[in-house]
Design a protein around this ligand. Structure first.
Ligand code: SPQ
Length: 431
Protein backbone atom coordinates (compact mmCIF):
# COMPACT_ATOMS: atom_id res chain seq x y z
CA UNK A 1 0.00 0.00 0.00
CA UNK A 2 1.10 3.59 -0.65
CA UNK A 3 -0.21 6.65 1.14
CA UNK A 4 0.05 10.10 -0.41
CA UNK A 5 0.81 12.81 2.12
CA UNK A 6 0.79 16.56 1.53
CA UNK A 7 2.34 19.62 3.13
CA UNK A 8 0.16 21.13 5.86
CA UNK A 9 -1.70 24.23 4.60
CA UNK A 10 -1.58 26.16 7.85
CA UNK A 11 -0.35 25.61 11.37
CA UNK A 12 -1.22 22.67 13.67
CA UNK A 13 -3.69 23.25 16.48
CA UNK A 14 -5.65 21.19 18.95
CA UNK A 15 -5.51 18.44 21.54
CA UNK A 16 -4.73 14.76 21.18
CA UNK A 17 -4.96 11.90 23.68
CA UNK A 18 -2.38 9.44 22.41
CA UNK A 19 -3.03 5.69 22.89
CA UNK A 20 -1.75 3.72 25.86
CA UNK A 21 1.93 3.17 26.50
CA UNK A 22 3.21 0.12 24.61
CA UNK A 23 5.86 -0.89 27.17
CA UNK A 24 3.40 -0.64 30.06
CA UNK A 25 0.62 -2.46 28.16
CA UNK A 26 2.90 -5.47 27.49
CA UNK A 27 3.98 -5.63 31.13
CA UNK A 28 0.41 -5.35 32.46
CA UNK A 29 -0.55 -8.48 30.46
CA UNK A 30 2.57 -10.35 31.59
CA UNK A 31 2.18 -9.58 35.29
CA UNK A 32 -1.59 -10.13 35.17
CA UNK A 33 -0.89 -13.57 33.69
CA UNK A 34 1.65 -14.47 36.40
CA UNK A 35 -0.54 -13.20 39.25
CA UNK A 36 -3.30 -14.92 41.20
CA UNK A 37 -6.75 -13.40 40.65
CA UNK A 38 -8.32 -10.81 38.41
CA UNK A 39 -6.41 -8.02 36.66
CA UNK A 40 -8.25 -5.26 34.84
CA UNK A 41 -6.30 -3.08 32.40
CA UNK A 42 -7.76 0.19 31.11
CA UNK A 43 -6.14 2.40 28.48
CA UNK A 44 -4.49 -0.72 26.99
CA UNK A 45 -2.77 -0.15 23.63
CA UNK A 46 -4.57 -2.32 21.08
CA UNK A 47 -1.66 -2.12 18.64
CA UNK A 48 -0.38 -5.27 16.94
CA UNK A 49 2.63 -5.76 19.22
CA UNK A 50 0.58 -5.82 22.43
CA UNK A 51 -1.90 -8.22 20.80
CA UNK A 52 1.01 -10.63 20.30
CA UNK A 53 1.63 -10.56 24.06
CA UNK A 54 -2.05 -11.33 24.72
CA UNK A 55 -2.01 -14.17 22.16
CA UNK A 56 1.17 -15.57 23.70
CA UNK A 57 -0.25 -15.76 27.22
CA UNK A 58 -3.53 -17.19 25.92
CA UNK A 59 -1.44 -19.89 24.26
CA UNK A 60 0.07 -20.58 27.71
CA UNK A 61 -3.44 -21.21 29.06
CA UNK A 62 -4.36 -17.80 30.54
CA UNK A 63 -7.99 -16.68 30.20
CA UNK A 64 -8.02 -13.14 28.82
CA UNK A 65 -11.20 -11.20 27.97
CA UNK A 66 -11.15 -8.09 25.76
CA UNK A 67 -13.76 -5.45 25.19
CA UNK A 68 -13.76 -1.81 24.03
CA UNK A 69 -13.03 -0.48 27.53
CA UNK A 70 -10.67 -2.93 29.11
CA UNK A 71 -8.71 -6.16 29.17
CA UNK A 72 -9.53 -8.61 31.95
CA UNK A 73 -7.06 -11.31 32.87
CA UNK A 74 -8.06 -14.24 35.07
CA UNK A 75 -4.67 -15.20 36.49
CA UNK A 76 -4.05 -18.54 38.16
CA UNK A 77 -0.50 -17.81 39.24
CA UNK A 78 2.65 -19.24 37.72
CA UNK A 79 1.49 -22.82 38.26
CA UNK A 80 -1.57 -22.07 36.08
CA UNK A 81 0.64 -21.64 32.98
CA UNK A 82 0.67 -24.70 30.68
CA UNK A 83 2.82 -26.04 27.85
CA UNK A 84 1.51 -24.54 24.59
CA UNK A 85 0.27 -26.95 21.90
CA UNK A 86 2.05 -25.18 19.05
CA UNK A 87 4.84 -22.64 18.45
CA UNK A 88 4.02 -19.12 19.67
CA UNK A 89 4.15 -16.37 17.03
CA UNK A 90 5.56 -13.08 18.32
CA UNK A 91 5.06 -11.03 15.14
CA UNK A 92 7.24 -7.90 15.12
CA UNK A 93 7.49 -7.45 18.88
CA UNK A 94 10.94 -7.38 20.46
CA UNK A 95 9.46 -6.62 23.88
CA UNK A 96 7.20 -9.69 23.80
CA UNK A 97 10.16 -11.84 22.71
CA UNK A 98 12.72 -10.78 25.33
CA UNK A 99 10.24 -10.63 28.23
CA UNK A 100 8.42 -13.88 27.53
CA UNK A 101 11.77 -15.69 27.31
CA UNK A 102 12.39 -14.62 30.91
CA UNK A 103 9.05 -16.13 31.93
CA UNK A 104 9.47 -19.35 29.92
CA UNK A 105 12.95 -19.87 31.36
CA UNK A 106 11.31 -20.41 34.73
CA UNK A 107 8.53 -22.76 33.61
CA UNK A 108 8.97 -26.56 33.53
CA UNK A 109 7.87 -27.22 29.97
CA UNK A 110 8.86 -26.83 26.33
CA UNK A 111 7.96 -23.91 24.08
CA UNK A 112 9.00 -22.71 20.61
CA UNK A 113 8.97 -18.99 19.74
CA UNK A 114 9.06 -17.49 16.26
CA UNK A 115 8.49 -14.08 14.71
CA UNK A 116 8.24 -12.10 11.48
CA UNK A 117 11.23 -11.41 9.24
CA UNK A 118 12.33 -8.30 11.14
CA UNK A 119 12.12 -9.93 14.58
CA UNK A 120 13.90 -13.03 13.26
CA UNK A 121 16.90 -10.83 12.50
CA UNK A 122 17.06 -9.05 15.86
CA UNK A 123 19.62 -10.30 18.41
CA UNK A 124 18.26 -12.62 21.08
CA UNK A 125 21.61 -13.76 22.52
CA UNK A 126 21.53 -10.71 24.80
CA UNK A 127 18.76 -12.51 26.70
CA UNK A 128 19.46 -16.18 25.97
CA UNK A 129 22.99 -15.87 27.44
CA UNK A 130 21.91 -14.81 30.98
CA UNK A 131 18.91 -17.15 30.96
CA UNK A 132 21.16 -20.10 30.13
CA UNK A 133 23.42 -19.08 33.02
CA UNK A 134 20.36 -19.33 35.25
CA UNK A 135 19.83 -22.91 34.04
CA UNK A 136 17.30 -22.67 31.20
CA UNK A 137 17.74 -25.00 28.22
CA UNK A 138 17.61 -22.80 25.15
CA UNK A 139 18.37 -23.59 21.55
CA UNK A 140 17.68 -21.74 18.34
CA UNK A 141 18.98 -20.49 15.04
CA UNK A 142 22.74 -19.77 15.21
CA UNK A 143 22.87 -21.35 18.68
CA UNK A 144 20.12 -19.22 20.11
CA UNK A 145 21.22 -15.89 18.68
CA UNK A 146 18.06 -15.58 16.57
CA UNK A 147 14.46 -16.78 16.48
CA UNK A 148 13.07 -19.40 16.11
CA UNK A 149 14.07 -20.33 19.63
CA UNK A 150 13.05 -23.28 21.73
CA UNK A 151 13.08 -23.17 25.53
CA UNK A 152 12.69 -25.82 28.16
CA UNK A 153 12.74 -24.02 31.48
CA UNK A 154 12.39 -24.68 35.19
CA UNK A 155 14.69 -25.10 38.22
CA UNK A 156 16.38 -21.76 37.72
CA UNK A 157 19.14 -20.51 39.96
CA UNK A 158 19.72 -16.84 40.76
CA UNK A 159 22.48 -14.79 39.13
CA UNK A 160 24.29 -11.50 39.49
CA UNK A 161 24.11 -10.10 36.00
CA UNK A 162 25.88 -7.07 34.59
CA UNK A 163 24.09 -6.24 31.36
CA UNK A 164 26.52 -5.45 28.53
CA UNK A 165 23.75 -3.70 26.57
CA UNK A 166 21.66 -0.72 27.63
CA UNK A 167 18.35 -2.53 27.36
CA UNK A 168 15.19 -2.47 29.44
CA UNK A 169 14.08 -5.65 27.69
CA UNK A 170 17.15 -7.58 28.85
CA UNK A 171 16.83 -6.20 32.38
CA UNK A 172 13.13 -7.12 32.44
CA UNK A 173 13.65 -10.62 31.00
CA UNK A 174 16.27 -11.41 33.67
CA UNK A 175 14.09 -9.95 36.46
CA UNK A 176 11.12 -12.06 35.30
CA UNK A 177 13.32 -15.16 35.35
CA UNK A 178 14.61 -14.04 38.77
CA UNK A 179 11.03 -13.91 40.04
CA UNK A 180 10.68 -17.61 39.19
CA UNK A 181 14.19 -18.65 40.34
CA UNK A 182 15.60 -19.68 43.71
CA UNK A 183 17.34 -16.97 45.73
CA UNK A 184 18.02 -13.32 44.96
CA UNK A 185 18.76 -12.22 41.38
CA UNK A 186 20.61 -8.97 40.78
CA UNK A 187 20.85 -6.95 37.56
CA UNK A 188 23.33 -4.10 37.17
CA UNK A 189 22.67 -1.75 34.28
CA UNK A 190 25.33 0.11 32.32
CA UNK A 191 22.87 3.00 31.96
CA UNK A 192 19.48 3.48 33.56
CA UNK A 193 16.72 2.25 31.24
CA UNK A 194 12.92 2.42 31.45
CA UNK A 195 11.77 1.07 34.80
CA UNK A 196 8.17 0.01 34.09
CA UNK A 197 8.89 -3.61 35.06
CA UNK A 198 10.15 -2.60 38.50
CA UNK A 199 7.15 -0.31 39.06
CA UNK A 200 4.61 -2.84 37.90
CA UNK A 201 6.07 -5.64 39.98
CA UNK A 202 5.31 -3.51 43.02
CA UNK A 203 1.79 -2.72 41.78
CA UNK A 204 1.15 -6.50 41.69
CA UNK A 205 2.38 -6.91 45.28
CA UNK A 206 5.92 -8.01 44.42
CA UNK A 207 9.06 -6.80 46.14
CA UNK A 208 11.98 -5.40 44.20
CA UNK A 209 14.87 -3.34 45.46
CA UNK A 210 16.27 -0.56 43.27
CA UNK A 211 19.50 1.22 44.14
CA UNK A 212 20.39 3.45 41.22
CA UNK A 213 21.67 1.09 38.52
CA UNK A 214 21.34 -2.10 40.65
CA UNK A 215 18.03 -3.94 40.82
CA UNK A 216 17.47 -7.06 42.89
CA UNK A 217 14.54 -9.38 43.23
CA UNK A 218 13.81 -12.34 45.52
CA UNK A 219 12.66 -15.44 43.70
CA UNK A 220 9.48 -17.46 44.21
CA UNK A 221 7.34 -14.46 45.16
CA UNK A 222 3.67 -14.74 44.38
CA UNK A 223 1.83 -11.80 42.82
CA UNK A 224 -1.80 -10.77 43.16
CA UNK A 225 -4.00 -9.37 40.39
CA UNK A 226 -4.26 -5.58 40.15
CA UNK A 227 -6.11 -2.83 38.30
CA UNK A 228 -3.77 -1.07 35.88
CA UNK A 229 -4.52 2.24 34.17
CA UNK A 230 -2.11 2.71 31.27
CA UNK A 231 -0.92 6.29 30.62
CA UNK A 232 -0.56 7.74 27.11
CA UNK A 233 2.64 6.71 25.34
CA UNK A 234 5.27 9.47 25.27
CA UNK A 235 6.95 7.71 22.32
CA UNK A 236 3.72 8.08 20.31
CA UNK A 237 3.23 11.64 21.59
CA UNK A 238 6.73 12.59 20.43
CA UNK A 239 5.66 12.60 16.76
CA UNK A 240 3.16 15.36 17.49
CA UNK A 241 5.53 17.19 19.85
CA UNK A 242 8.02 17.39 16.99
CA UNK A 243 5.29 18.26 14.46
CA UNK A 244 4.24 21.28 16.56
CA UNK A 245 7.88 22.29 17.01
CA UNK A 246 8.62 22.36 13.26
CA UNK A 247 5.39 23.65 11.66
CA UNK A 248 5.31 27.44 12.05
CA UNK A 249 2.72 29.01 14.38
CA UNK A 250 1.58 25.64 15.73
CA UNK A 251 0.24 25.04 19.23
CA UNK A 252 -0.64 21.44 20.18
CA UNK A 253 -1.46 19.75 23.48
CA UNK A 254 -0.96 16.04 24.20
CA UNK A 255 -3.15 14.91 27.08
CA UNK A 256 -2.45 12.37 29.84
CA UNK A 257 0.99 11.38 28.61
CA UNK A 258 3.28 9.21 30.76
CA UNK A 259 6.06 11.34 32.27
CA UNK A 260 8.24 8.61 33.75
CA UNK A 261 11.75 10.13 34.09
CA UNK A 262 13.26 7.15 32.27
CA UNK A 263 11.24 8.11 29.16
CA UNK A 264 11.22 11.92 29.06
CA UNK A 265 14.52 12.55 27.27
CA UNK A 266 12.54 13.92 24.31
CA UNK A 267 11.25 16.80 26.45
CA UNK A 268 14.78 17.66 27.59
CA UNK A 269 16.01 17.67 23.99
CA UNK A 270 13.11 19.77 22.70
CA UNK A 271 13.75 22.33 25.44
CA UNK A 272 17.51 22.36 24.80
CA UNK A 273 16.86 22.98 21.10
CA UNK A 274 14.66 25.98 21.92
CA UNK A 275 11.13 24.59 21.53
CA UNK A 276 8.45 26.18 23.66
CA UNK A 277 7.06 23.50 26.02
CA UNK A 278 4.70 23.59 28.99
CA UNK A 279 4.06 20.51 31.10
CA UNK A 280 1.03 20.35 33.40
CA UNK A 281 1.67 17.54 35.87
CA UNK A 282 -1.42 15.58 36.96
CA UNK A 283 -2.05 12.91 39.61
CA UNK A 284 -0.12 9.71 38.81
CA UNK A 285 -1.98 6.66 37.45
CA UNK A 286 -0.95 3.02 37.79
CA UNK A 287 2.21 4.02 39.70
CA UNK A 288 3.37 6.21 36.77
CA UNK A 289 3.57 10.04 36.63
CA UNK A 290 1.43 11.68 33.91
CA UNK A 291 0.61 15.13 32.58
CA UNK A 292 -0.45 17.27 29.63
CA UNK A 293 2.31 18.56 27.35
CA UNK A 294 1.84 21.66 25.19
CA UNK A 295 4.32 22.52 22.45
CA UNK A 296 4.32 25.76 20.45
CA UNK A 297 6.49 26.52 17.45
CA UNK A 298 9.70 28.44 18.14
CA UNK A 299 12.99 28.73 16.23
CA UNK A 300 15.28 25.77 16.97
CA UNK A 301 19.04 25.37 17.34
CA UNK A 302 21.27 22.31 16.97
CA UNK A 303 22.54 20.35 19.97
CA UNK A 304 24.53 17.31 21.08
CA UNK A 305 22.58 14.24 22.28
CA UNK A 306 24.78 11.61 23.96
CA UNK A 307 25.44 9.52 27.07
CA UNK A 308 22.84 8.69 29.71
CA UNK A 309 20.01 10.50 27.94
CA UNK A 310 20.10 7.99 25.05
CA UNK A 311 18.08 5.18 26.74
CA UNK A 312 15.60 7.88 27.85
CA UNK A 313 14.73 8.70 24.22
CA UNK A 314 16.00 5.76 22.18
CA UNK A 315 12.71 5.23 20.30
CA UNK A 316 12.31 8.96 19.66
CA UNK A 317 15.66 9.38 17.87
CA UNK A 318 14.25 8.92 14.33
CA UNK A 319 11.86 11.84 14.81
CA UNK A 320 14.55 13.81 16.69
CA UNK A 321 16.70 13.54 13.54
CA UNK A 322 13.86 15.09 11.57
CA UNK A 323 13.59 17.83 14.22
CA UNK A 324 17.31 18.53 13.81
CA UNK A 325 16.87 19.16 10.07
CA UNK A 326 14.77 22.18 11.09
CA UNK A 327 17.25 23.52 13.67
CA UNK A 328 19.97 26.08 12.89
CA UNK A 329 23.45 24.54 13.09
CA UNK A 330 24.78 21.09 13.81
CA UNK A 331 23.09 18.34 15.81
CA UNK A 332 25.17 15.34 16.82
CA UNK A 333 23.62 12.11 18.10
CA UNK A 334 26.10 9.61 19.59
CA UNK A 335 26.18 6.54 21.87
CA UNK A 336 23.05 5.27 20.10
CA UNK A 337 24.42 2.11 18.42
CA UNK A 338 21.38 0.24 19.83
CA UNK A 339 19.37 1.92 17.05
CA UNK A 340 20.92 -0.57 14.67
CA UNK A 341 19.13 -3.49 16.41
CA UNK A 342 15.55 -2.23 16.28
CA UNK A 343 12.76 -3.18 13.83
CA UNK A 344 15.21 -2.07 11.16
CA UNK A 345 18.67 -0.48 11.35
CA UNK A 346 17.24 2.89 12.35
CA UNK A 347 20.49 4.80 11.74
CA UNK A 348 20.64 3.60 8.12
CA UNK A 349 16.88 4.01 7.56
CA UNK A 350 16.70 7.55 8.97
CA UNK A 351 19.79 8.75 7.09
CA UNK A 352 18.62 7.25 3.76
CA UNK A 353 15.10 8.62 4.14
CA UNK A 354 15.95 12.15 5.24
CA UNK A 355 18.61 12.37 2.51
CA UNK A 356 15.96 11.65 -0.14
CA UNK A 357 13.98 14.57 1.34
CA UNK A 358 17.04 16.81 0.86
CA UNK A 359 18.36 16.89 4.44
CA UNK A 360 22.06 17.32 5.21
CA UNK A 361 22.55 14.20 7.34
CA UNK A 362 25.18 11.51 7.65
CA UNK A 363 25.34 8.33 9.68
CA UNK A 364 28.10 7.36 12.09
CA UNK A 365 28.71 4.03 13.76
CA UNK A 366 26.69 5.02 16.82
CA UNK A 367 24.52 7.89 15.65
CA UNK A 368 24.00 10.70 13.16
CA UNK A 369 25.19 14.21 12.32
CA UNK A 370 22.59 16.61 10.97
CA UNK A 371 23.18 20.12 9.67
CA UNK A 372 20.23 22.49 9.51
CA UNK A 373 18.13 24.24 8.76
CA UNK A 374 17.16 22.62 5.43
CA UNK A 375 14.04 22.94 3.37
CA UNK A 376 12.71 19.42 2.75
CA UNK A 377 11.11 18.32 -0.51
CA UNK A 378 8.61 15.53 -1.11
CA UNK A 379 9.80 12.13 -2.31
CA UNK A 380 8.84 8.48 -2.34
CA UNK A 381 9.83 6.95 0.99
CA UNK A 382 9.45 3.48 2.48
CA UNK A 383 8.68 2.75 6.12
CA UNK A 384 11.12 -0.20 6.06
CA UNK A 385 8.27 -2.01 7.86
CA UNK A 386 9.22 0.04 10.96
CA UNK A 387 6.38 1.95 12.65
CA UNK A 388 8.66 4.68 13.98
CA UNK A 389 10.20 5.32 10.53
CA UNK A 390 6.70 5.36 8.97
CA UNK A 391 5.46 7.99 11.47
CA UNK A 392 8.65 10.05 11.08
CA UNK A 393 8.02 10.18 7.31
CA UNK A 394 4.41 11.27 7.86
CA UNK A 395 5.55 14.14 10.12
CA UNK A 396 8.24 15.13 7.56
CA UNK A 397 5.49 15.37 4.92
CA UNK A 398 3.86 18.20 6.91
CA UNK A 399 6.75 20.52 5.99
CA UNK A 400 8.03 18.99 2.73
CA UNK A 401 7.52 20.90 -0.51
CA UNK A 402 5.67 18.52 -2.85
CA UNK A 403 3.93 15.24 -2.19
CA UNK A 404 5.36 12.42 -0.10
CA UNK A 405 4.50 8.86 -1.17
CA UNK A 406 4.78 6.66 1.91
CA UNK A 407 4.97 2.98 1.03
CA UNK A 408 4.13 0.29 3.59
CA UNK A 409 2.39 2.57 6.10
CA UNK A 410 0.50 -0.41 7.65
CA UNK A 411 3.33 -1.06 10.11
CA UNK A 412 2.21 2.04 12.03
CA UNK A 413 -0.55 -0.22 13.47
CA UNK A 414 2.17 -1.88 15.54
CA UNK A 415 2.12 0.95 18.07
CA UNK A 416 -0.37 3.58 16.90
CA UNK A 417 -3.41 2.37 14.90
CA UNK A 418 -5.15 5.81 15.15
CA UNK A 419 -2.07 7.77 14.08
CA UNK A 420 -3.48 9.25 10.83
CA UNK A 421 -6.85 10.06 12.47
CA UNK A 422 -5.07 11.92 15.25
CA UNK A 423 -2.83 13.74 12.76
CA UNK A 424 -5.95 14.80 10.82
CA UNK A 425 -7.42 16.23 14.05
CA UNK A 426 -4.67 18.84 14.30
CA UNK A 427 -3.96 19.47 10.61
CA UNK A 428 -6.00 20.33 7.56
CA UNK A 429 -4.12 18.41 4.86
CA UNK A 430 -5.09 14.82 5.39
CA UNK A 431 -8.19 13.37 3.80
O1 SPQ B 1 9.24 -4.13 21.22
P1 SPQ B 1 10.23 -3.52 20.28
O2 SPQ B 1 9.96 -3.95 18.88
O3 SPQ B 1 11.66 -3.75 20.69
O4 SPQ B 1 9.94 -1.94 20.35
C1 SPQ B 1 10.73 -0.74 20.42
C2 SPQ B 1 9.89 0.36 19.65
O5 SPQ B 1 10.42 1.20 18.94
O6 SPQ B 1 8.68 0.34 19.86
C3 SPQ B 1 12.14 -0.86 19.83
F1 SPQ B 1 12.17 -1.19 18.62
O7 SPQ B 1 10.80 -0.25 21.75
C4 SPQ B 1 11.55 -0.89 22.81
C5 SPQ B 1 12.66 0.04 23.27
O8 SPQ B 1 13.51 0.42 22.23
C6 SPQ B 1 10.61 -1.19 23.94
C7 SPQ B 1 11.29 -1.47 25.23
C8 SPQ B 1 10.53 -2.05 26.36
O9 SPQ B 1 9.29 -2.00 26.37
O10 SPQ B 1 11.19 -2.57 27.29
C9 SPQ B 1 12.61 -1.12 25.44
C10 SPQ B 1 13.49 -0.58 24.39
O11 SPQ B 1 14.25 -1.63 23.83
P2 SPQ B 1 15.65 -2.13 24.50
O12 SPQ B 1 16.22 -3.09 23.49
O13 SPQ B 1 16.47 -0.89 24.61
O14 SPQ B 1 15.37 -2.75 25.76
Amino acid sequence: MTKTLKKVESSLHGKISVPGDKSISHRAVIFGSLAEGKTEITGFLDGEDCMRTIDAFEALGVKIEKDEQSIIIHGNGVSGLKEPERPIYLGNSGTTARLIMGVLAGLPFHCVLHGDESLSNRPMDRITVPLRKMGANIDGREEGKYLPISIRGGNLRNIQFQSPVKSAQVKSGVLLAGLLADGKTEVKESAITRDHTERMLQAFGGMVSVEEDRISIDGKQSLRGANVQVPGDISSASFFLVAAAIVEKSHVTLENVGLNQTRTGILDVLKKMGASIQVKVKDPIGGEPIGDITVSYAPLKGTVIEGDIIPRLIDELPVVALLATQAEGETIIRDAEELRYKETDRIAAVVETLKTFGADISGTEDGMIINGKTELSGAKADSYGDHRIGMMIAIASLIAKGEVQLTNPECINISYPEFFDDLAKISSTLS
